[in-house]
Write a protein that binds this ligand. Structure first.
Ligand SMILES: Cc1cc2nc3c(=O)[nH]c(=O)nc-3n(C[C@H](O)[C@H](O)[C@H](O)COP(=O)(O)O)c2cc1C
Length: 165
């Protein structure tokens, strides 16, 4: 392993200590088809105006779609949706097939059964090293009180919330 690989691995391991939720970010692609990927770089930015961000690896084949779309949606996955996370983190051709979907602002697909969703107008995008940072203006949001607790990701593994004793 080269010194650069060792440095990357060590940084990844340290970053992996930061537990996150798991989202699927979706949009309508240039050809009208739905696009989406699993994302844990989602974060809130501002309440007024309501802004959120997430970052996409700069060599992603989805970059043209997310750079051109007017809207995207952030679907916050529930504890029972780890399979959906795996599906959207893989290179499957039709990631949406067989999923229960609703259509949100800007014709973006919303995944039914998520804990929460944020329908965003794409506000700005910024260079972030080997990633591109997308900032979205939240036009609509929905919290699903019927859904199980959120799915978590930590140390390279999916986790469930355990109640604090
Ligand atoms: C838990 C988890 C979080 C991820 N977070 C991100 C992320 O924030 N940004 C990103 O570009 N890729 C992220 N990925 C990787 C993408 O989901 C993966 O590369 C996906 O295959 C990209 O879709 P594509 O193959 O259709 O381009 C994450 C993967 C996992 C499993």
């Amino acid at each position: 392993m080269s010194p650069a690989d060792t440095t990357h691995r060590s940084l990844r391991q340290s970053l992996g200590q930061f537990a996150t939720g798991v989202t699927v970010v979706t949009a309508r692609g240039l050809d009208g088809r739905f696009v989406g990927l699993t994302v844990n770089s989602f974060a809130s930015v501002s309440l007024d105006p309501p802004l959120i961000l997430w970052s996409l690896t700069a060599d992603s084949k989805l970059l043209p779609a997310f750079s051109a779309c007017t809207h995207f949606a952030v679907n916050v996955l529930s504890a029972d949706q780890a399979d959906i996370s795996r599906r959207f983190a893989g290179a499957r051709v039709d990631k949406f097939s067989g999923l229960d979907l609703r259509v949100g602002a800007g014709d973006t697909p919303l995944i039914v059964g998520c804990c929460a969703s944020f329908e965003c107008r794409r506000e700005t995008q910024h260079d972030g090293g080997d990633h591109v940072i997308f900032v979205g203006h939240v036009e609509r949001h929905h919290r699903n009180k019927e859904a199980p607790a959120p799915l978590l990701y930590y140390g390279g593994h999916y986790r469930n919330l355990a109640p604090q004793s």
